[in-house]
Write a protein that binds this ligand. Structure first.
Ligand SMILES: [Zn+2]
Length: 1121
């Protein structure tokens, strides 16, 4: 399955763009026009993101009051929500409720979902300490899916335990006869199923258990053995576990049984997921459906037909559907020509028998669909189904899908096993795509794209962005046809066997056409993963016990499952070599075709040993830790510069350990840590040896032939035997077997760069390396190959930073990305933030756009932390050459469409750059120009919206009051508007220094009674400035609210802090402001009190380092640093 893609799609952004820019002068070249169009594209996406943010945030966290107390004024809230919907109406095609603007999603990434979801780490704890305080993640965006799941799924409140069904009787075949003739009018289906069961050996068991959704109403039931009736005593339902239980008069005997059930099931009911209906709005009297598609993953097949609904239990299926002739009915296999008389209204479609497959992959679609057809190279029909009006937008999908299937067949050397593949662009589907075998269902907009009729060069970025987005999704679902459908994980706890491989092959497929974007997006996701796994809230292990349905649902997490799974598969490949990996994957698929597997089956197909340096390690032992351990490791290198000794140690990474303002915490029971002072344990008995990198093994590549035979099916008995294998989850530890690589030396010397490798299995090793001279930097994990963080002693950090300044090309660009990430993590909140600042300074020479995109985030966050301090100006001056270089790379990247589309991986980076260049006072801000333009026609936000608003905001903030008087007046008059106009007016007014306007704006914001609007106003997306006056007025207005409202807003009486409260509190940048908030209430409750203590320490640290080390840093001569 693919959760909604990270980037939602707006209107193809360049279609509306005018072909000539107004600001362009006559000599402006074609190149700069193109560049403007690419930026416009991004800017329009950004604008949509803001609006979408407003809607989603309002929906999700805006209802803090109504949640807390029904008595409060609902009308007010509803007005806000209505406005939000009005906003949505103004951008017709952008209804996909998923955000890519991670800055905004901060609001969602906190823990409000906890009450609905399964118990999470935080809830287990009772005594909160400072380490339980987590500020909203800066902009990683992890946790969104959890939130959306939790919010969407009211059904999760009726969470069901996953009860493994007994193994003494199992199905091997289903005959499913459906009647869909009443689905549209009565919203129900009728069916007659015969489940062919095998009972293994004479047993004393006299009960048959199977899964049965509460919406399935059984009418008749019969059990037969060898054609004769077999008497049941009772039939009971256990709806809390979604089970049916038949107790028998006599114990089961060895042999075959048939269970026949006649039933009807309601569909299109919000409480019953699994069937997604398109409802006809035109019918007033009663609801009518016009089509539906199904998605049974993970545990929803039972809501459609009684079954053994576990991924490991595979069976074959004969399916037939009686339906109205005007509808098309689709299922996993090809349907025979409809039966029945030509003049009858009703017909029956009979589908071919499926191969053995899991119930969660069975699928249906019915509706008045139309189709586009093509074929793979091997002649397999690929059909795209949709609604007649949408056919045009499926062109790319139709062209690209067979290419992907051909490629996968080539790489995997196993032909796609079914006789056809249908792709359907469904409406009202709530995930991006679902890989049902042979019938892949997509949410319409996630594969729809109508290319512009003209083929203007300026539209290239737009097209590439859309094709990449759609291509990824198709590749993901196509890879599942092998990984998941042909070979299926036996237990949901090992879902990474599905999603890890599917995500891995997305990058493999996409890097054929789009190497730059695919590579950058991989490292961007890796960074998000490492950030998520460094936070106690989010560092989930890949393999873990899943006890309830909702735990399984929540495990479909874009970062903790998809990215982590992909990174681990990639690690396997890097450890065993590409050649061995490919062979192992083919072996894995061939051996386990039509079976269900555990990770042991994957291990059995992989090479038994992996070498890294001189020593070999058993691969399964290496991988186990990476799979079952929570979080990710960090590796610390401490050098002794006097005696050439080095100590390398590992531990589980946790971001709070590097916030120096939390250092004196007493309550922390974790082992004492000592990364900064260099006193790491010295134990050379643990030394495991290291050796210079061996030359790359050269192997002769065998020519590959595409195999045309499908692997043979296996017997139900064999399948049942594999189900009996014990289930294994594994306990999390904080030790990993880590492939350590380190590098030193210079490309400019005759020795060149030296690389050494060894396995780190223990906590720590110490050894000497006489070849490294004390003034050489040592770099660990070159090319950011493996997913662990690296910390160094301070001098080595300094040497690395110096190398970057002197010649950054000595360090590979992927390593530069990792250095920026790790330096921020280990240094930015330490007592040595100046070292981090110094390192970032090298970006003034950075020439690689990928690295610079990481740099934009890092520099932005640094400026943001200190923006309310006296150093703000000095920091901006220091970064000016860096920001100029970012500008330069932005311009340069626009020459090539693929490079330009890198900005679309996270378009909010562009908005950050706009803010930074204005804050640093660069000419490219064009504040006066944009302010004049906007004052003349304030409703024309057709292009470069972020650029323009940011520039106007900067003008308001930085000009004397008299100079912007008319702009302030204009804003004042527009505070009465509504919808998008109002939102932008508020954002702009918050940049002003006009006290009257600020007071009025604060009143308007607080008047919405919507926490999302408050948070959004405090965290402007258009300005890096700190407008203390506006914030003061806003808190003053909030102070006028009743105690009851304030208590609700800050959720002071709950054990979990609401997202809104967390964002509001943590947006504070000065101690004074914190005091002002503190005075809002007398009793803040234990959790909020902790947040205050946290923030107080943090803000004191900000002021002390800015007056201390940072101040000295700016006063000193940097050339001697
Ligand atoms: Zn998937």
């Amino acid at each position: 399955m693919q959760t909604k893609p990270r980037m939602w799609e707006g209107d193809p952004c360049l279609r509306n763009g005018r072909l000539h820019t107004r600001q362009g002068n006559v000599t402006e070249s074609h190149r700069s026009r193109k560049s403007d169009f690419a930026r416009k594209c991004i800017a329009i996406i950004l604008l949509h993101a803001i609006f979408l943010f407003a809607i989603l945030a309002a929906l999700i966290i805006g209802h803090w009051i109504s949640e807390e107390n029904q008595k409060l004024n609902r009308t007010m809230l509803n007005t806000t929500l209505t406005e939000a919907y009005l906003l949505e109406g103004s951008m017709a095609n952008t209804a996909t409720p998923v955000m890519h603007d991670h800055k905004h999603t901060r609001l969602l990434t906190t823990s409000s979902g906890q009450r609905k979801g399964p118990p999470r780490v935080l809830e287990k704890k009772r005594n909160f300490t400072l380490v339980d305080v987590f500020p909203p993640p800066p902009d990683g965006g992890f946790g969104i899916a959890e939130q959306l799941h939790a919010i969407r799924g009211n059904k999760l409140t009726t969470d069901a335990l996953l009860v493994p069904l007994p193994l003494y009787i199992l199905p091997y075949h289903y005959d499913l006869k459906f009647d869909f003739t009443k689905f549209d009018t009565d919203l129900l289906i009728r069916a007659n199923v015969s489940i062919y069961l095998e009972s293994y050996g004479n047993s004393t068991e006299d009960e048959i258990q199977f899964h049965l959704g509460p919406n399935v109403k059984v009418e008749r039931m019969r059990l037969r053995k060898d054609g004769r009736k077999f008497y049941a005593k009772t039939f009971k339902r256990e709806d809390s576990k979604k089970l049916g239980r038949i107790s028998l008069r006599d114990p089961l005997q060895k042999g075959k049984y048939v269970l026949e059930i006649e039933y009807n099931a309601t569909i299109c009911d919000d409480d019953v997921d699994g069937v997604r209906c398109s409802l006809d709005n035109q019918t007033n009297s009663s609801l009518k459906a016009t089509s539906f598609t199904t998605k049974f993953e993970p545990t929803l097949a039972r809501a459609f037909f009684p079954c053994w609904d576990e991924p490991g239990v595979k069976a074959t299926f004969n399916i037939s559907v009686k339906h109205d002739k005007r509808y098309v009915v689709l299922s996993n296999m090809p349907g025979n020509p409809p039966l029945g008389h030509w003049d009858e209204q009703v017909t029956t479609t009979v589908f071919q028998t499926t191969p053995p497959m899991s119930t969660y992959l069975v699928a249906f679609a019915i509706g008045e669909f139309v189709k586009l057809e093509t074929r793979t190279e091997r002649g397999i029909p690929v059909t795209v189904w949709t609604y007649p009006e949408d056919l045009m937008s499926m062109k790319f999908t139709l062209e690209y899908a067979p290419v992907i299937f051909d490629r996968l067949e080539d790489i995997l050397e196993i032909p796609y096993p079914l006789p056809k593949v249908d792709l359907i662009a469904a409406r009202n589907f709530h995930v991006g795509g679902m890989e049902n075998w042979g019938l892949v269902v997509f949410e319409f907009s996630s594969i729809a794209y109508t290319p512009p009729i003209t083929n203007h060069v300026n539209e290239t970025v737009d097209r590439m962005y859309n094709e990449f987005r759609i291509g990824k999704l198709i590749a993901h679902e196509a890879a599942h046809q092998w990984f998941g459908n042909l070979v299926t994980m036996r237990d949901w706890s090992e879902l990474f066997l599905n999603e890890g491989f599917a995500t891995f092959y997305v990058y493999e497929m996409m890097s054929i056409e789009r190497p730059l974007t695919a590579q950058f997006e991989y490292y961007d996701s890796l960074a998000t993963l490492v950030a998520a796994q460094s936070s106690e809230d989010h560092r989930l292990s890949l393999v873990r016990e899943l006890a309830t349905e909702s735990q399984v649902e929540l495990s479909f997490h874009p970062t903790n499952l998809y990215t982590k799974g992909c990174v681990l598969i990639r690690m396997i490949r890097d450890l065993v070599s590409d050649y061995d990996f490919k062979a192992a994957v083919r072996r894995y698929l061939r051996r386990n075709a039509y079976r269900s597997v555990s990770r042991d089956d994957l291990f059995a197909s992989l090479p038994a040993y992996a070498d890294h340096g001189a020593e070999q390690k058993k691969l399964s032992n290496v991988l186990e830790g990476w799979l079952v351990n929570e979080g990710l490791p960090e590796v610390t290198l401490i050098r002794n510069y006097d005696n050439e000794m080095m100590t390398i140690s590992q531990r589980k990474t946790l971001d709070h350990d590097y916030r120096s303002y939390l250092k004196d915490r007493k309550s922390n029971s974790r082992q004492s840590r000592s990364a900064e002072d260099g006193s790491t344990l010295f134990d050379d008995t643990l030394f495991e040896g290291y050796i210079e990198k061996k030359t790359e093994r050269k192997r002769k590549l065998r020519p590959t032939r595409r195999k045309t035979s499908t692997p043979p099916s296996i017997s139900p008995t064999a399948r049942r035997d594999e189900l009996r294998k014990p289930r294994r989850v594994g306990a999390s530890q904080d030790l990993w077997t880590i492939p350590i690589t380190y590098m030193f030396g210079s490309l400019k010397t005759s020795e060149g760069q030296v690389i050494r490798e060894f396995w780190l299995k223990n906590r720590t090793v110490s050894f000497g390396d006489a070849e490294i001279s004390p003034n050489q930097a040592v770099l660990v994990n070159p090319e950011w190959k493996y997913p662990y963080r690296v910390n160094y002693d301070l001098l080595n950090w300094k040497l690395l930073a110096r190398t970057l300044h002197q010649n950054h090309l000595e360090i590979n660009n992927k390593s530069r990305m990792q250095l920026i990430q790790d330096a921020e993590y280990f240094l930015s909140n330490s007592n040595n933030p100046h070292l981090y600042l110094y390192l970032l300074g090298y970006l003034a020479h950075e020439s690689n756009i990928n690295v610079m995109l990481f740099g934009i985030d890092a520099v932005y966050r640094f400026i943001d932390v200190f923006k309310a301090t006296q150093l703000n100006k000095a920091i901006l001056v220091y970064f000016e050459p860096v920001i100029s270089q970012m500008d330069h790379l932005l311009n340069e990247s626009q020459v090539d469409a693929e490079t330009a589309s890198l900005w679309l991986v996270r378009p909010e980076r562009l908005s950050k750059l706009y803010q930074m260049r204005c804050a640093a006072g660069l000419a490219s801000c064009k504040n006066e120009f944009h302010t004049q333009k906007w004052s003349k026609s304030p409703d024309e936000w057709t292009e470069d919206v972020h650029k323009q608003v940011t520039a106007v905001c900067h003008q308001l903030f930085s000009s004397p009051l008299e100079a912007v008087k008319t702009v302030n007046e204009l804003l004042d008059s527009r505070l009465h508007s509504s919808g998008a106009k109002w939102a932008l007016t508020v954002q702009l007014a918050a940049c002003s220094h006009d006290q009257k306007l600020l007071r009025k704006t604060a009143r308007a914001v607080v008047g919405t009674k919507n926490a999302a609007v408050y948070a959004s106003a405090l965290q402007s997306d258009f300005s890096l400035h700190y407008n203390g006056a506006f914030r003061k007025y806003l808190w003053t207005e909030i102070s006028k609210m009743s105690i009851f409202e304030k208590t609700a807003l800050f959720s002071t009486n709950t054990t979990t802090i609401l997202p809104a409260s967390r964002v509001l509190l943590h947006s504070v940048k000065t101690i004074d402001e914190l005091q002002q908030i503190r005075s809002l209430l007398t009793n803040w409750g234990p959790l909020l009190t902790l947040h205050f203590e946290y923030l107080e320490r943090y803000l004191l640290w900000v002021s002390s380092v800015s007056q201390g080390v940072l101040h000295q840093f700016f006063a000193a001569d940097l050339s001697n640093f």
